[in-house]
Design a protein around this ligand. Structure first.
Ligand SMILES: [Zn+2]
Ligand SMILES: [Zn+2]
Length: 198
């Protein structure tokens, strides 16, 4: 997924890239990040243009992932859509402030300086994979919920309250404390019994 800097003009050009599920899996740091399935490729649609020496990339990622709801544990399809805009200045021999940025500038011809909003580029080819990876990471929900009003599971019998109801005691009643006066009365009786035994 590349841009050729020499071909960019002041007029925005539309470019469309597809990123396979495998591309995203390879980018992840650890396999446990993948508690979801990716049924189809992600689509990155961007408009690119130059303003002076700067490269402006405006676009949107769209896709779908199949996740598990954190409340009711059901699998569901989550639609992803996230807009982004990056203004990349020419690095012009400057060194990025962090080693990671330095590595990506020499490897990809692009590094991000302030989140995904600004960055530096160098050379005639810009690799977009790093930028797209950051955009996608921001688009995937950290706490997936199948729907706003998901009722979750009954903590006692495990039935999904989205599909059914149950006769379990509501948690407020179950956790109600025994009456302290009743306990005191029991203790009095016990003492009375012990005294009468003596
Ligand atoms: Zn749910
Ligand atoms: Zn229940």
């Amino acid at each position: 997924m590349k841009l050729f800097v020499d071909r960019l003009t002041p007029t925005p050009q539309r470019e469309v890239f597809e990123a396979s599920p495998g591309w995203w899996r390879e980018r992840a740091d650890s396999p446990q990040e993948f508690e979801y399935e990716i049924p189809k490729p992600f689509r990155f649609e961007i408009d690119v243009h130059k303003v002076g020496a700067d490269v402006i990339i405006e676009g949107e990622v769209s896709g779908e992932i199949e996740m598990q709801c954190g409340r009711c544990l059901a699998r569901y399809r989550q639609a992803l859509r996230e807009e982004f805009r990056l203004v990349a200045e020419e690095a012009s021999g400057r060194t990025p402030p962090d080693p990671e940025g330095e590595a990506s500038l020499s490897r990809d011809g692009l590094c991000l300086i302030d989140e995904i909003e600004s960055g530096w580029f160098q050379g005639s080819v810009i690799q977009l994979d790093g930028l797209f990876g950051e955009v996608l990471a921001g688009a995937i929900p950290l706490h997936p919920i199948c729907r706003e009003d998901c009722k979750g599971l009954c903590p006692q019998c495990g039935v999904s309250w989205n599909d059914a109801s149950c006769d379990c005691t509501p948690p407020e009643q179950a956790s109600e404390r025994p009456n302290p006066f009743a306990a005191l009365a029991q203790l009095k009786d016990k003492i009375a019994d012990e005294n009468s035994d003596a």
